[in-house]
Design a protein around this ligand. Structure first.
Ligand SMILES: Cc1cc2nc3c(=O)[nH]c(=O)nc-3n(C[C@H](O)[C@H](O)[C@H](O)COP(=O)(O)OP(=O)(O)OC[C@H]3O[C@@H](n4cnc5c(N)ncnc54)[C@H](O)[C@@H]3O)c2cc1C
Length: 407
């Protein structure tokens, strides 16, 4: 039986570990945290991500996780809703707002039912074990304890600041820096108890979005310029009267809800957005996937999607190998996984950047903003304008290439 060590229990690691364990491989999943609840996790799951979960046979599992189906994409410009696009549903797939921690825990619980799966929570990988040119295991620590785990292949799913990427000597080509995000939570207004819109708000030099989340509260993401937290910037950001900042771009009834709940605002949490891609995703004995190989920007919720789709491709390539005689998974297989995934990652990152450049342009004070406001006011209520927007979003909603689980 091949032994695979997966490092990091985010979407990439949990999905990969579950799929490989189901194929009959011995799988050890190591995670540095002891709980799945984290201060902030991405919550948007686009149709391609939901499709990936369904392909993994997790439709019923998904139903048990707290989630809300998105109803619409709303665009507020200058304090008024100018366009509403109804969230379509193709083949039962629509965008969801999910409790990511709950989803991961449920998936790990599924894997735990398999005798060949082991979950080591609270273990942080600090070193790679090597023999000649190949990685043959990892060293992990928990408190004062240390453990060496050897394996036929290590799959590093340890996120955007990947320690394993660094230990393997693989470097990332950073994409042009875009923006960072401040996250807030606020009680949701009663009008959004039943309805789940994703609301994008735009004013000159001001872009933020909010949606009623799976926990019944509003999740608000405010865009700040890249690295705004440095050189005392964070203290200044924390001092701002955020409720007033939001209210300036909201219609009166929402603004008064925000003001009434001023004391219940949580945040900001500063999220440093990293975007890029490794030129090389593997060395003998080790493969990077998910954000470790290609950190994704948060716009249009692509990170979970791409991580789940990476896991499917890994499972497809590994399925042929479970009974192979050679101990190590060959570097050709690891390179083939990169070759299959990299084109979609590149295309999606380009689309995210283009999307951001558009938003950045139309929120520039003066002609760009007022021109856009006029266009949105004139055409936003017409179906053809809504369909144009939806058509542009297709790659970000459904993925760029087909990714089908073959095992
Ligand atoms: C502000 C922001 C908002 C976002 N919102 C969304 C969204 O709504 N929808 C979406 O799809 N994507 C979103 N993303 C992107 C998304 O969070 C990531 O792309 C996605 O989580 C990547 O999954 P992953 O499994 O590769 O890595 P991660 O989810 O980062 O998981 C990595 C795991 O590895 C563990 N780990 C790290 N180092 C070690 C170690 N040395 N040893 C053991 N364990 C380790 C970590 O604790 C973690 O559990 C957002 C990103 C940002 C920055």
């Amino acid at each position: 039986m091949k032994h695979i060590v997966v490092v990091g229990a985010g979407p990439a690691g949990v999905a990969t570990a579950l799929l490989l364990a189901r194929q009959g491989m011995k799988v050890t999943l190591l995670e540095k945290e002891v709980a799945f609840e984290r201060v902030f996790r991405g919550e948007g799951l686009m149709p391609a991500g939901l499709d990936a979960l369904y392909q993994m046979g997790l439709k019923e599992t998904f139903r048990k996780v707290a989630s809300r189906r998105l109803d619409s994409w709303d665009f507020y410009v200058g304090g008024q809703r100018r366009m509403r696009v109804t969230e379509p549903e193709n083949e039962g797939l629509a965008t969801q707002i999910i409790d990511q921690g709950g989803l991961l825990r449920t998936m790990v619980d599924r894997a735990k039912k398999l005798p060949n799966f082991e979950f080591l929570a609270g273990w942080q990988v600090s070193e790679l074990l090597r023999q000649e040119d190949a990685v043959i295991g990892v060293r992990a620590n928990r408190g004062g304890e240390q453990k060496d785990v050897s394996a036929d292949c290590i799959i590093a799913c340890d996120g955007r600041y990947s320690r394993l990427r660094q230990l393997a000597g693989l470097s990332i080509t950073q994409a042009k820096s875009q923006f960072d995000v401040l996250w807030f939570k606020l009680p949701a207004p009663p009008s959004l108890a039943e309805e789940t819109p994703f609301v994008a708000c735009l004013q000159p030099d001001r872009q933020f979005a909010f949606y009623p989340s799976w926990d019944g509260r509003l999740q608000i993401g405010w865009i700040v310029e890249k690295s705004a937290h440095k050189r005392g910037g964070l203290a200044r950001l924390k001092e701002k009267d955020w409720i007033e900042e939001f209210s300036l771009a909201l219609p009166p009834e929402l603004a008064s809800h925000f003001r009434a709940h001023k004391d219940e605002l949580e945040g900001p949490i500063y999220l440093d957005v990293q975007v890029g891609c490794c030129e090389q995703w593997s060395i003998p004995g080790l493969l990077l996937i998910g954000d470790a190989a290609h950190p994704m920007a948060p716009n249009r919720a692509q990170g979970i999607n791409m991580a789940l789709r990476d896991a499917i491709v890994v499972a497809n390539h590994f399925s042929a190998l479970k009974d192979a005689k050679e101990e190590q998974i060959s570097t050709d297989v690891l390179s083939a996984i990169q070759a299959e995934r990299a084109p979609e990652i590149e295309a999606v990152q380009k689309m995210q950047l283009a999307e951001w450049q558009k938003v950045e342009f139309i929120s520039r004070p003066g002609l760009p903003y007022f021109g856009f406001k006029a266009i949105a006011t004139l055409f936003g209520r017409f179906k053809f304008a809504q369909n144009i927007w939806l058509h542009e979003q297709q790659g970000l909603r459904e993925g760029v290439l087909s990714v089908d689980l073959k095992t």
